[in-house]
Design a protein around this ligand. Structure first.
Ligand SMILES: Nc1ncnc2c1ncn2[C@@H]1O[C@H](COP(=O)(O)OP(=O)(O)OP(=O)(O)O)[C@@H](O)[C@H]1O
Ligand SMILES: [Mg+2]
Length: 345
């Protein structure tokens, strides 16, 4: 009898202390009942879900976030509850743009779930992977490109000679010369992956480079029935290599336009945020699936029939040479590439 009282009395204290402990941990923790309704959340979990704890309590996670029903979370949490086995997986939060390591432990009456923020770790891993791939390519590209360019120049020279002698085959020669020019421009782009230093920089405003490029981008948008919006903020000059930034703007703008069906709008924006100057490209495409998100930076990776897959690799190198970084936020409603430059002036 005495023992029972002690247990009963000690229960609120132990519940209190365990919830205090759960509040203190920096990882998000929440508990769901067998119908996936929230029965407990710590503060960090509230922040991740961007709702107050009161709003979430007793509601099913799938009714609060209907768009998560075809995600890995839906699949894995159901699996854990059904098989009564813990699950462990990685999840990319579309709203927050963060990566989480998720661990879920089942019990008779539901699930205990931990969300551990691994965004920083993922970023470092990804950066190392990208740099390593680009460095290897940079090393071999210079020599191979040279070896390919020389014979191409010879072939092009003879083709031009024959073109003059055989006017009736003019069209065939024109196509062959065009193709050689295309191969040469790929090699030039490929070569720009080598080297870690920007050739020359000068004090330039990104807005004026956008002004210079806008007729070209607008013409492309118009020809495919898409819209471009320029939102140029008040930003200071930066030390930039204008030629490279022009290429960066063109590559990211074309990717945004190519990602959208007719009628879509691409927003190109510049703004300052703390000590950074940001150049952003926001499209209304269908987003980049998590399976290919890590590979889009790899040279020659393309999902397009006529793509070379060098656009983003070149952008990555250009931004790296300017000591900036590129952030990608992608959802089924579109993708935003944010190029962040340090205010280096
Ligand atoms: N804004 C975007 N929306 C959706 N997918 C994108 C976007 N930007 C890039 N991608 C994906 O990344 C891949 C690689 O892009 P990248 O610019 O390197 O090459 P590409 O556009 O295919 O060819 P290239 O730029 O050489 O003509 C694309 O094929 C596409 O699958
Ligand atoms: Mg491209």
């Amino acid at each position: 009898m005495k023992k029972q009282i002690t247990e009963k009395e000690s229960l609120p204290i132990s519940t209190l202390s365990s919830s205090l402990i759960l509040e203190r941990i920096i990882d998000a923790f929440f508990a769901l009942d067998e119908n996936f309704r929230f029965i407990y959340l710590n503060d960090q979990a509230g922040r991740i879900f961007m709702r107050s704890k009161e709003e979430l309590m007793n509601k099913s996670i799938w009714t609060v976030y209907p768009d998560s029903t075809n995600t890995i979370i839906y699949e894995e949490l159901h699996k854990s509850l059904q098989n009564k086995e813990p699950v462990h997986f990685e999840h990319h939060g579309c709203r927050t743009g963060k990566w989480y390591e998720v661990k879920a432990y089942p019990s008779e009456s539901g699930l205990s779930v931990f969300f551990i923020d691994i965004t920083e770790k993922k970023l470092i891993e990804k950066e190392l992977f990208k740099l390593e791939a680009l460095n290897i390519i940079g090393e071999i590209s210079a020599s191979i490109s040279h070896e390919i360019r020389n014979p191409l120049t010879t072939i092009k020279g003879f083709l031009q000679l024959l073109q003059g002698r055989e006017p009736k085959n003019n069209e065939y020669y024109r196509i062959m010369i065009d193709e050689i020019n295309r191969a040469n421009s790929i090699i030039t782009e490929f070569l720009s992956l080598a080297g870690t230093k920007t050739a020359s920089v000068s004090s330039t405003n990104i807005n004026s480079i956008i002004d210079l490029m806008s007729p070209l981008i607008e013409a492309d948008a118009l020809s495919t029935d898409k819209e471009i919006e320029f939102l140029k903020g008040d930003i200071p000059n930066l030390l930039l290599n204008e030629h490279e930034i022009r290429q960066l703007i063109l590559n990211l703008a074309l990717n945004g336009l190519e990602a959208m069906p007719a009628g879509g709008k691409l927003t190109i924006q510049t703004f300052s945020e703390e000590n950074e100057i940001i150049l952003s490209f926001k499209d209304q495409g269908t987003g980049i699936s998590p399976e290919i998100l890590d590979r889009i930076w790899v040279p020659f990776f393309t999902t397009k029939d006529k793509g070379t897959g060098l656009g983003l690799a070149v952008c990555y190198k250009i931004v790296d040479r300017h000591k900036g970084r590129i952030e990608t936020i992608t959802c089924s409603t579109g993708t935003t590439f944010l190029v962040r430059f340090k205010n280096n002036h």
